[in-house]
Ligand binder design. Structure first.
Ligand code: GLN
Ligand code: ZN
Length: 755
């Protein structure tokens, strides 16, 4: 009898110690030739394959590894290099590849945006300029490498044509189908070449199948995949979905492919319901996602085993594959090097390697009988029980009921009061919060963390840096100041370290975009306020200037979405607990005379559920949590918020309901699409549309910024508009930051004179 196979959908790129990031950044900085870069990257790539093999995975993905982003890889594979980076066409060099992602002095980078409902960002392909062709068969090359070097029969992973075109821009949406049709023959060719090489399995990712699709789009899958599978008979295609259930289960499982990958973890039980109700086609393989690929908690193996058992009632063993629910890109590599975590927390964790191990344990139980894995099952249950004992739940709901969720007066009234209180000029200028985290800032923090300088020395340094930047802001002539966030490594981790209910890992990094990694804190228990978190730094900065200094907090939804949350209570309860804690911080700031408070919610948009019917509930909860955190303040106190990285079009309504007095939104990287959205909306509060891209070292030109301002003023009231960069400036160098801000302030002056 053929047994159940184990598989993986994608492995984290960054390495146990972020060696991937280090190689890449050294290469960018000119510290490494291309040969060495290639060699080092290959080592990392092969090491990841070997690891998965050692962990007992039967079907190991190849092609999921990337030098930056898998969507960009796909675009470049099809020759989609925007003309501004390479006039000559053809294969993109490594340099060109990185130029597209990061921009150059002359050419702006391609847009970057959120990958589905995750904190991973992809580079948006620009389809407008080039006719696509299959420039190189990247999956084939990586398949060959795995076979040659390690004798691994890899499973190439390919981003499917429908999702690829959906995520791209530069075509009219009503031409969607025509555009996909251009790519179908290229995918067919790619598959034929894999077939010729003897590849058995291919995983084609179509995560759009887990969003709400139209009837027409579902039918379209039918036609495309028929063409693709018919053009390469010898190859078995698994059409992979993840992050949610599929709406049109019956249509999707009968698509003309050899296997369907379904997520049985993040699906609210709906995929399993459909499987029970409609069964599964006998001629197909089911690749079942049974271990959570998005969270960091250890699975209760008894429950996992029984989930698989349920699935087995409908699918024969020789047609069943077990795997994580999604790529493991979203979780850290391994917990084994964590030295400082509390035992009961560490024991309840499972990162990528541990998750693959869990898959192997389940497979062993399936092959040899459950008694063979009884010990591991008991261990997993004990670990979870011990965690539960730490989690105690306060009753957030009843607390919430007692508190006012509305500002004292509506915005219309507050606006007047705030204007007479702050006396700001027309088109006020400000920044988003952080100033450059120079090597010196990082060095001092690391010395302090290692105990090589004491608390006083570290605080003295932070103060000096703050003071220096207050002076710089005075000199620049900005209207509203910030303290610069020098004391923070990361906007979520900083609060995680200070609130009750969090644990911070040492090496729990995940890729956010390109080489940028984040280390999401772990929310294991009830969140509550311990002591003021931002007061000292804010008051110090305010004591140095007469200009208002904004208090700077991270909002409840962003803290939630950028942490790994506990899964024993709903995430909205967790958000409300965070909001209560922030409400206390807001109260203390206000009481101490800080009258502008910015509560950042950059992650609001990414948390929007993939399914239409779940969106409203999420947005309602998000608005609620924001108001819970901020609504208690006096009318004259101005609440700011900030959002970035996303398309905000469909959530402008919810943003308005948050009732912040001023919002700053990233705009320049989405090339002004937001402005269109604002044309149709009735947003009447203060708003700053980022006037230059902070992800690029390029200094914006005066006229570019002026044009951005003028374009915004075509659709917004001049009394409503604020002038600010797209986002915080912590990743930029000091000189370029000052130069860019000089241009921004000058542009504001000139426009003020013209209006
Ligand atoms: N206040 C934060 C900063 O300036 C906001 C960062 C963000 O939006 N991602 O760094
Ligand atoms: Zn931002």
């Amino acid at each position: 009898m053929m047994s159940i196979k184990s598989s993986n959908l994608g492995y984290p790129r960054i390495g146990e110690n972020r060696e991937w990031k280090k190689v890449m950044e050294k290469y960018w900085a000119g510290g490494m030739e291309e040969d060495e870069f290639q060699e080092k990257m290959k080592e990392i790539r092969l090491q990841h394959l070997r690891k998965q093999q050692d962990l007992g995975i039967d079907m190991i993905p190849v092609g999921d590894f990337s030098f930056y982003d898998h969507v960009l890889d796909t675009a470049v594979m099809f020759g989609l290099v925007p003309k501004r980076f390479n006039e000559y066409g053809g294969k993109a060099s490594i340099k060109t590849y990185y130029d597209i992602a990061r921009g150059t002095k002359e050419a702006v980078a391609s847009e970057m945006t959120k990958w589905f409902n995750t904190n991973y960002h992809y580079i948006v392909p620009e389809l407008d300029e080039t006719k696509p062709s299959l420039i190189e068969n990247r999956p084939l090359q990586l398949y060959q490498e795995a076979k040659r070097e390690l004798n691994i029969e890899g499973k190439p992973v390919i981003l499917g044509p429908v999702t690829f075109v959906k995520l791209s821009k530069g075509y009219k949406k009503d031409l969607f189908r025509t555009v996909v049709d251009q790519y179908v023959p290229l995918y067919a060719q790619l598959l034929r070449e894999l077939e010729a090489e003897g590849v058995t399995w291919v995983q084609i990712d179509e995560p759009v199948l887990a969003t709400s699709l139209s009837r027409e789009e579902v039918d379209y899958f039918q036609e495309i995949y028929k063409i693709l599978t018919e053009s390469a008979h010898g190859i078995r295609v698994i059409l992979q979905t993840y992050y949610e259930s599929v709406d049109d289960y019956q249509d999707i499982v009968s698509l003309p492919v050899h296997g369907i990958g379904l997520d049985f973890v993040q699906d609210d039980g709906e995929n399993l319901n459909s499987l029970i109700k409609y069964g599964f086609p006998e001629d197909k393989v089911l690749a079942a996602g049974i271990i959570n690929g998005r969270n960091i908690w250890r699975a209760n193996l008894e429950e996992t085993f029984s989930l698989v058992h349920n699935i087995q009632q409908h699918v024969a063993d020789d047609r069943l594959i077990i795997q994580p629910s999604s790529s493991l890109l979203h979780v850290p590599v391994t917990k084994k090097n964590e030295k400082k975590l509390e035992d009961n927390i560490k024991n309840a964790l499972s990162f990528a390697d541990e998750k693959l191990h869990e898959i192997s344990i389940i497979k062993k139980g399936l092959d040899k009988g459950i008694t063979e894995i009884q010990n591991q099952i008991s261990d997993s249950k004990r670990a979870i029980e011990a965690l539960r004992a730490l989690q105690s739940t306060t009753d957030a709901k009843s607390k919430e009921a007692e508190l006012s969720m509305e500002r004292k007066e509506p915005f219309r009234v507050r606006r007047q009061l705030q204007q007479s209180f702050f006396q700001l000029p027309l088109l006020p200028t400000t920044t988003i919060g952080s100033f450059p985290q120079t090597p010196e800032v990082k060095k001092q923090r690391s010395l302090w963390r290692k105990g090589q300088i004491d608390q006083m020395q570290y605080e003295k340094f932070i103060k000096e840096e703050t003071e220096r930047w207050i002076k710089i802001q005075e000199k620049l002539g900005l209207d509203v100041f910030v303290h610069g966030e020098f004391e923070r490594t990361d906007m979520v981790e900083y609060f995680g370290e200070k609130l009750e209910g969090f644990q911070i890992t040492e090496l729990g990094w995940v890729q956010s975009y390109g080489s940028r990694c984040v280390k999401p804190p772990i929310i294991y228990g009830d969140v509550s306020f311990r002591a003021p978190m931002t007061l000292k730094e804010t008051l110090y900065a305010q004591s140095l200037t007469l200009k208002p200094v904004k208090g700077m907090l991270t909002g409840p939804i962003t803290i939630l979405n950028w942490s790994f949350a506990r899964d024993d209570i709903s995430k909205y309860e967790v958000a409300n607990q965070i909001a209560f804690a922030l409400r206390e911080e807001v109260r203390i700031l206000e009481e101490n005379g800080i009258r502008m408070i910015q509560v950042d919610e950059p992650a609001l948009r990414e948390g929007v559920p993939l399914k239409e019917e779940k969106k409203e509930g999420y947005l309602h909860a998000a608005v609620n949590a924001f108001k819970l955190a901020t609504a208690s303040v006096e009318n004259e106190t101005q609440i700011h918020t900030h959002m970035c990285y996303s398309n905000f079009k469909e959530i402008m309504g919810a943003i308005s309901e948050m009732d912040a007095d001023v919002i700053s939104i990233e705009t320049s990287k989405s090339h002004g699409e937001l402005i269109h959205a604002l044309e149709e909306s009735t947003y009447d509060k203060g708003i700053g549309l980022g006037v230059y891209d902070i992800h690029s070292p390029r200094i914006p030109l005066l006229n570019e910024i002026k044009e951005n301002i003028e374009r915004a003023l075509n659709v917004l009231d001049v009394h409503q508009f604020w002038i600010n960069p797209d986002c915080g400036l912590k990743t930029r160098g000091e000189d370029e930051t000052i130069s860019a801000l000089q241009v921004m302030v000058e542009a504001a002056k000139q426009v003020r004179e013209e209006v």
